[in-house]
Design a protein around this ligand. Structure first.
Ligand SMILES: Nc1ncnc2c1ncn2[C@@H]1O[C@H](COP(=O)(O)OP(=O)(O)OP(=O)(O)O)[C@@H](O)[C@H]1O
Ligand SMILES: [Mg+2]
Length: 336
């Protein structure tokens, strides 16, 4: 499998590194097909898109027709010998109107169905960050529709792989757990990179940089956080400020005492008496991931995070998406 090239930061292109287990997981899917839609969620910027695009290469090598869409980025990949499919994706991606995003999301499924009928071949449909494009209220319908295509395909086919990726739980409007409860989807979490993988990425960065230990402590292995710090010349305050503007910090002041505890140990938010409103907001803002599954490898796409690692803000049940998010809250509370 050829490793894809990724635009990492201004002027820096890197080759896809690590994610050995995440790649192995896709190989398992490629070998057997996916019975249900695989719904992958994880912190913003943890590397879902990079992994999905690398997966597109892998699936092609396994003889799959591959359709990948990322509506928000107007991006697509079509490894398929059907001109009609490529043309329609290209047209939708080039469209400048507001409906282009919805169109791309819908086309992924429509064209997968069309391809199954025409080609009677293995098909992989990879939908990246589609819920934001179609509206969270339509997420369940989308996943059900995708399932119906792989479950009751038009005509015979060898095998199908269906994956939907999304960051966090997306604002409470869609309950990912609800989708998996109905067995339309298997919920799988992808975490930030493991220390070993993250080190490989860190080594690729040119120029002056802080020690690896510092980079790890600041980012918790989140590659996007690493890219931001690199672009801002490792000015932590500047990067934290960017996070701060996304939150409503007068709201946070209301929950000061809970948050003071949560920056030390995010699992306090798991307590039965923790305020729902606060938890929901932190999830919605992509500050925390709530309800982390057991660290059983099969529940995770790649290596799970440690059981609990206070240094990078990971608890057993709740984790800060990155230490930078925790730092933003800490600063907002005035405890710099
Ligand atoms: N395995 C990897 N090897 C090299 N670079 C990576 C890897 N994973 C992620 N990156 C880089 O890190 C950055 C963030 O990754 P990516 O965009 O895939 O995250 P994401 O989870 O899709 O983010 P979002 O939640 O915003 O959609 C990108 O610049 C990407 O190229
Ligand atoms: Mg992405």
């Amino acid at each position: 499998m050829e490793r894809i090239k990724l635009k990492f930061a201004r002027g820096v292109v890197v080759e896809f590194v690590d994610r050995e287990l995440g790649i192995k997981r896709v190989e398992e899917w490629a070998a057997r097909g996916t019975r249900f839609v695989q719904l992958v969620y994880g912190p913003k910027g943890c590397g879902k898109t990079a992994w999905l695009k690398q997966s597109a290469e892998l699936l092609r090598d396994w003889g799959y027709d591959v359709i990948y869409v990322n509506p928000l980025q107007r991006d697509y990949v079509a490894y398929i010998n059907l001109k009609e499919v490529v043309r329609r994706l290209a047209e939708a991606a080039a469209e400048r109107s507001g409906v282009a995003e919805i169109k791309l999301a819908d086309l992924a499924i429509q064209l997968a169905k069309y391809a199954l009928k025409r080609r009677r071949k293995k098909i992989a449909v990879l939908a990246d960050d589609v819920f934001k494009a179609i509206g969270l209220g339509n997420a369940a319908g989308y996943v059900k529709w995708m399932l119906s295509v792989i479950e009751y395909p038009p005509g015979d086919y060898e095998s199908a792989v269906a994956v939907v990726a999304t960051s966090g739980e997306g604002g409470g409007g869609v309950s990912l757990r609800e989708l998996s409860k109905h067995r339309w989807a298997d919920l799988r979490v992808m975490w930030n990179m493991s220390q070993g993988g993250f080190k490989q990425l860190y080594e690729l960065l040119p120029g002056q940089k802080p020690s690896f230990e510092v980079a790890w402590r600041l980012t918790g292995g989140n590659p996007s956080a690493l890219a931001k710090l690199y672009e801002e010349n490792w000015d932590v305050s500047k990067v934290v400020e960017e996070v701060v503007v996304k939150g409503d910090f007068s709201f946070l002041q209301t929950w000061r005492s809970w948050l003071e505890e949560a920056v030390e140990d995010p699992d306090v938010l798991w307590r039965v008496d923790a305020p729902r409103e606060l938890v929901e907001r932190l999830v919605e803002w992509n500050f925390i991931v709530f309800n982390l599954p057991k660290r059983e490898p099969w529940l995770w796409v790649d290596a799970p995070p440690p059981e609990a690692d206070r240094e990078i803000g990971v608890g057993r049940y709740v984790a800060w998406q990155t230490p930078l998010h925790r730092e933003a809250v800490r600063r907002a509370l005035g405890g710099v």
